[in-house]
Ligand binder design. Structure first.
Ligand code: DGY
Length: 323
């Protein structure tokens, strides 16, 4: 019997992906070994039954149609806005993702950004490295406390809840908005109060985004929303870049409409709005929300096992459906 083909768009961390797969059953291809200028061309050449993709791989109709044998696309990410899931659904192609395993790592990064912005960590570090530290001073890099501050979480799914849990440990009060109110016990565990987005924007000292990206929430946070926020509000985005109008953010940071921002994701990733680069009140990380050795290995296992399940005729665990 002809072996089914799996195309990895990139090698994954953890154990070597080649050793992880049963070679009697599958033929493994790595995109960088395949000739072709675009992913579409490579997909066309291999005609895989399974693709293991990164969040930076745009899997659109053209790519999908280039592989008539395609049965499954396993995204090495929890977010899947890089894949035309509706089209896959129409064609009966499974899409899987990697939820849960990256929840804690991503929540840690959101808290890290809150602390880095509020305690001016990057500027302070640069100050020391450039030889400017001449001794302790009462006004030296004074930032903001987290204790008794209000954290507004937009998107109270797994990651939002994990951020809330951490925020409670810092003595913060949590309010949130979400498509639906979360279950009472979950709210209670983090003492979170459900509010409408307008109230959240108005009252929060820190606002952290944890919702999936869809075109409906493009620029959810823009000029109008910065106008509603407190003057000393801090915006954190570890979800997806296009949720925030980066130009408007830049203007809000320059004009002092808000205090600061911490970003791990960008509107036109990997490009970053030029104006942001020169600002001291924004911390910029290179999309490292899930970047721990442990998490990335677990993501690899999950993505691979989702793909193998489908190709072996079973229903995978983490099926993604169109919104
Ligand atoms: C995801 O999995 O969607 C994250 O953005 C990766 O860090």
């Amino acid at each position: 019997m002809k072996k089914k083909r799996i195309l990895f768009t990139s090698e994954l961390p953890g154990n070597s992906f080649k050793e992880n797969l049963n070679h009697n059953e599958f033929e493994i291809f790595l995109a960088e070994d395949i000739e072709g200028e675009t992913l579409q061309k490579k997909v066309e050449k291999v005609n895989p039954s399974g693709i293991i993709a990164l969040l930076s791989d745009k899997i659109d109709k053209n790519v999908i149609d280039s592989a008539p044998a395609l049965e499954v696309i396993s995204n090495y990410a929890v977010g899947y806005n890089n894949i035309d899931v509706t089209y896959c659904h129409e064609k009966g192609i499974y899409v899987t993702n990697t939820p849960d395993v990256l929840t804690d790592a991503t929540a840690d990064i959101a808290i890290l950004l809150i602390l880095m912005v509020s305690r001016r960590a990057v500027s302070s570090d640069r100050f020391v490295r450039t030889g400017h530290f001449k001794g302790w001073g009462p006004q030296l890099f004074v930032g903001k406390s987290l204790q008794n501050k209000k954290l507004g979480i937009i998107g109270m799914g797994r990651i939002g809840l994990a951020v809330a849990k951490r925020a409670v440990a810092f003595g913060m009060d949590v309010i949130y908005c979400n498509r639906n109110k979360v279950e009472k016990e979950k709210e209670k565990a983090v003492n979170a109060q459900y509010v409408e987005i307008e109230q959240l924007l108005k009252e929060s000292d820190f606002i952290s985004l944890h919702l999936p990206y869809t075109p409906e929430v493009n620029h959810l946070i823009g000029k109008n929303e910065f106008g509603i926020m407190k003057k000393d509000a801090v915006l954190i985005n570890t979800a997806r870049g296009p949720l925030v109008d980066e130009k408007a953010l830049c203007e809000a940071l320059i004009s002092g409409e808000i205090y600061g921002a911490g970003l791990d994701v960008y509107e036109n990733e990997p490009a970053v709005e030029k104006g942001l680069m020169d600002l001291e009140n924004v911390v910029l990380l290179p999309h490292i929300g899930s970047a721990t050795e442990e998490t990335r290995s677990e993501m690899a296992e999950m993505a691979i096992s989702g793909c193998i399940s489908v190709l072996s005729g079973s229903v995978p665990e983490n099926i993604v459906k169109p919104f």
